[in-house]
Design a protein around this ligand. Sequence first.
Ligand SMILES: Cc1cc2nc3c(=O)[nH]c(=O)nc-3n(C[C@H](O)[C@H](O)[C@H](O)COP(=O)(O)O)c2cc1C
Length: 273
Amino acid sequence: MNSLSGPLAERYGDQAPSASLPDPSAILSLLLAHRSVRSYLPDALPAGTLEALVAAAQSASTSSNLQAWSVVAVEDPERRARLAVLAGNQAHVRNAPLFLVWLADLARLEEITRSQGQTAEGLDYLELLVVGVVDAALAAQNAAVALESMGLATVYIGGIRNHPEAVAAELGLPPATFAVFGMCVGYEDPARPAQIKPRLPQAAVLHREQYSLAAQAPAILDYDRVMSQFYAGQGMKQPDWTRTVAQRVASASALSGRDRLAEALHNLGFKIR
Ligand SMILES: Cc1cc2nc3c(=O)[nH]c(=O)nc-3n(C[C@H](O)[C@H](O)[C@H](O)COP(=O)(O)O)c2cc1C
């Protein structure tokens, strides 16, 4: 028994995972200390890690309790290497001992509905894809926080959307599932530590009563300065954040193949009405 036995029993009833899980505390400091990590040790993860992160993920809120997400845990080095290539040849996908692929999953809902003799027409609408994507993101972020609380590191991998159909084939995904993003999991290589990356001043993202775009300009200017200092401190010369943002969204060609995501989703069985 540990202090999480009670909450786990409430979450899962008599199906609670039996592995001993750590007891996270000081959540806010943990959140503020987040860093994406791209250099991993090859060390294996402690027993129970997967069950703990999934328990955290399943504890996130989920739209109408539909639980319209799933996760595929990939440990096979050869499969990780193939996924690394599909995700833009990112070395950390190959090197981290665990790669999680978070899915918007309407297949389970379709199966349940059809087994009751109904057509599952509601799943054809954009709304349900949004439900699945939001559910997957909330679940994944809960898992990321839980992993960081256990001394592990993560980085999300949006590159998994570069080739959605090939990823679906690699993972044996049924129609009406979509790999929203991946996530590397492992121990950070202490020889190559990641730094906490500054964010926009709150004046840019926090609006009181009504939204203002104009009021954000000084905060954005200030952020360019802070980020320049951040990268200079790391010995990196980077364009201003505002230039980087503009380059990233200026053209379809900057989307690394994801400009055809709508077509890929149709191929994966999402009608998106
Ligand atoms: C949905 C999503 C997709 C991402 N995709 C990638 C990726 O493919 N490769 C990568 O190295 N980092 C990826 N990142 C990490 C971001 O670059 C990172 O979160 C951002 O630069 C802020 O840095 P921080 O997480 O260290 O604070 C992704 C983050 C999110 C939320």
